[in-house]
Design a binder for this molecule. Structure first.
Ligand SMILES: [Zn+2]
Length: 391
């Protein structure tokens, strides 16, 4: 693997700001500081620019197309989904997302995409997948998810996903926005059903992510011992206390409701989805601000692929988290070190330090002063030492 010298940058990561060069060898950061003497490596000039860790999106759906209604997926073959998911993975990487967790696909297409990326056949972020979401019979996303009828069936469902070599398991604890006839406030899988998945996952070393909006569902998921709570709309004081105690991560996905509201029925988003998104958006922003204040671990996630939440526009979430109550440095941590911790790879990615994987971005403006910079001023994307998007 070729080396690279990123010369004359200001380095910005969760440890703060400092100036220096970044020497990359064999896909890893070998040295940071004044390393200009070691220049038989190709040089990426970075004067006046900022080097940050690659961003981590902990909630994408590579099988979703980002069109007005995700249920069109039901009409697509696995082959079609695979071609689309591969393109979505590439767009995600080129946007500066060097690592991502897929929170639900169909036919293990997203897991095959992961394998193809790993084998160097296609380009995409380093990917963690969760297979089919496990849902209540007839519940949210049942048009493609694995529907389960009780704790025993939930354990079987978990085993099926694990058997296909997913990295995570995904459960749906409440209704959601994008399916008709379900209410985000209403609990779906019971605590016992979620616990059956958590226990199966624990035996196989697979943590569980829980989709949850309403309070009853959030309580069920937290009591069952999930690792991350997705969305977390109706989080209250006592649930936030449980998250702190149990070290549960929150993945807020603020951009998802915003994208549906902005596009609206004018662009074809179903009326029921716009209505639910509009109702939920202010509530989840308040819960998010409270979670930030209480110091709950928050990992960046977008729900990319949901209506008009386009693969490749993921860094929008960074600026939205700042708008909703984080400092820009907190948003950077959520998108790098904290996300890496959720995925169990924090010793390897998330910082610009010797020994870390050379997943770094070159940004034209300082994201700590200007959190939109990842989207508006991204100059280069380096993945494991290879320039995948160049200046
Ligand atoms: Zn999702």
């Amino acid at each position: 693997m070729a080396g690279l010298l990123i010369e004359g940058a200001t380095i910005v990561d969760a440890r703060g700001e400092r100036s220096g060069d970044v020497l990359v060898r064999e896909g890893r950061i070998a040295e940071v500081g004044d390393v200009r003497t070691a220049t038989d490596e190709p040089v990426l000039a970075a004067n006046g620019k900022y080097v940050t860790p690659g961003l981590i999106d902990c909630h994408v759906h590579l099988c979703y197309e980002g069109g007005p209604n995700p249920q069109v997926m039901a009409k697509k073959s696995d082959v079609q989904l695979a071609i689309e998911a591969a393109a979505h993975a590439r767009a995600t990487l080129l946007a500066g997302i060097t690592t991502a967790r897929d929170c639900g696909g169909r036919g293990f297409v997203e897991t095959q995409v992961r394998n193809a990326i790993r084998a160097g056949i296609i380009e995409g972020p380093r990917l963690f997948t969760s297979g089919h979401p496990i849902v209540k019979k007839g519940g949210h996303m049942s048009y493609y998810a694995r529907q389960a009828t009780g704790p025993e069936d939930c354990a079987s469902a978990a085993k099926e996903q694990i058997g296909m070599e997913v990295d995570w398991l995904k459960v749906v604890a409440t209704g959601g926005i994008t399916s008709p006839n379900v209410d985000p406030k209403v609990a779906e899988l019971t605590e016992e059903m979620i616990r059956a998945v958590v226990e199966e996952g624990r035996r196989a070393g697979r943590p569980v992510a829980a989709h949850a909006h309403g309070g009853d569902g959030i309580r069920n998921a937290l009591a069952a011992g999930v690792r991350s709570l997705e969305h977390g709309t109706f989080l209250d004081e006592s649930m936030l206390g449980t998250m702190l105690r149990e070290k549960t991560f929150l993945v807020p996905t603020l951009v998802a409701t915003r994208a549906m509201i902005d596009a609206g029925t004018a662009k074809g988003v179903p009326e029921f989805a716009v209505r639910k998104a509009s109702e939920i958006d202010p509530i989840r922003r308040k819960a998010f601000a409270e979670a930030v204040k209480r110091g709950v671990a928050i990992a960046m996630g977008t729900d990319a692929g949901t209506p008009f939440n386009i693969h490749g526009e993921n860094p929008k979430e960074v600026a939205l988290m700042v708008e909703a109550g984080m400092t820009p440095m907190q948003a950077l941590e959520a998108s790098t070190t904290t996300a890496a911790k959720l995925l169990g790879i924090d010793a390897e990615v998330g910082l610009v330090e010797p020994g870390y994987r050379a997943d770094v971005l070159l940004v034209g403006r300082n994201p700590v002063d200007y959190p939109e910079a990842f989207r508006t001023d991204l100059a280069a994307v380096v993945q494991a030492g290879r320039i995948v998007r160049g200046p």
